[in-house]
Design a protein around this ligand. Sequence first.
Ligand SMILES: [Zn+2]
Ligand SMILES: [Zn+2]
Length: 253
Amino acid sequence: MSDRLIFIGTAGGRASVFRHIRRSGGFLLRLSDLWVHTDPGPGAFVYLHQMGFKPTNLDCVVLSHIHLDHSADINSVIESATDGGKKREIVLFAPRSAFEGENRVVLPFIRKERIAKEFILEEGKEHEFKGLHIKAVMRHTHHRTETYAILYNRRILYVSCALYEDRMLEAYPKGLDVMILNTTLYKKTKYIEHLTVQDAKKLLSHLKPKLAILTHFGYEVLLNHNLDDIAREVEKETGVKTLCAFDGMEVAL
Ligand SMILES: [Zn+2]
Ligand SMILES: [Zn+2]
């Protein structure tokens, strides 16, 4: 099967996720003949089944950070991927804070009895699993929570939730095939440590990927903006082909 990307849900941030303005639940990647589920937020477990995807086909789960809009269903998805513990092959890539400490989100029994192998994300470190390469390219500033930009197979970058920093322009690789950007806001109207559409333009103008996909839309973006207009605006100003993701959207990679 050829490589592809499927968005399970595209809401982001507390308001749009927990008021259920759109689905959440992260995205699936088909890469290196593996199925990889990133950020299984609230509803991910149910949506996978509703989409006709068998969770037992999952090979890897990747978690960018512990916030609930990204992690709420992590235990259910792993339990489901292992068919309740019968098939112990799933591997998990996550920051250490997902496994340890008082705010850990991976239940101790899931860690001990379900996960075949865990890979700890750390800035600059690349892991390899069955031909899949996963690298945490930069630690982000995001409300005192450990999170990273994650590079898949050296060609797809997931820019997880972050405060914009100029350091991204140096840390992220240029000319990638795809950049997936969590753009929670259209522009900064108050201080929160999330990317805006304006930040995305700065990154894309400099880094020039072949394709940009915006997702993780906050309440204000979904309420007050037309996403097709946003995609056109970003594409026009940056020269980078840009899509705004929708729930269920599939992209050939
Ligand atoms: Zn988020
Ligand atoms: Zn977050």
